[in-house]
Design a protein around this ligand. Sequence first.
Ligand code: HEC
Length: 170
Amino acid sequence: MRILAIIGALAIIGAVGAAIFFFGGFFSVAESQDDPAIVSWALAHVRAASVTRHATEQPPASLDDPATVKAGARAYATIGCVNCHGGPPDADWAKFSEGLKPVPADLKVMAKERTAAELFWAIKNGIKFTGMPSFGLAGASDAQIWTIVAYIKSLPTTTDADYKAWTASP
Ligand code: HEC
């Protein structure tokens, strides 16, 4: 019994200590400050596992269609992705994205590591505790998001010149 009382007392002290630490402002929410490596590692795995479990919607049509890929490149360039995730050297990348932690994912890598369903879910819903916005909330239609998924999936074989040609104003 005594041991249980000690465990209980320790739990209460721990909870009070945590409340003082977090509500008393001792925890730093500074984006400029790195998380301990183990926290970054854990958060990255929590994000990946969550995206995988939630991504159930399948593409409505083939994502290999060149017209769909092109439409996706245009949407990527116009609705803001390029500002954070970049593109060819003189694309509309924004300097402020250097201030984001975690840094915006490298979509060439994501094209290989994520399924189409996972990319769709992440773009539609955004990712908590990162700068990745929900484009569903921001008004993009599912059809438009699928075109962007098609474009991302094409990245391993798409050249800078393709992107420029596809996104040039008509
Ligand atoms: C304001 C900056 C910003 C904008 C705009 C933005 N992203 Fe992101 N994105 C991020 C950040 C930050 C992450 C988190 C990095 C990570 O997952 O490690 C991220 C993550 C992602 C991921 C990886 C998701 C995963 O499974 O881990 C994909 C895919 C993605 N973004 C695609 C897009 C697309 C497509 C657009 C445009 C429709 C877009 N992003 C717009 C900042 C942004």
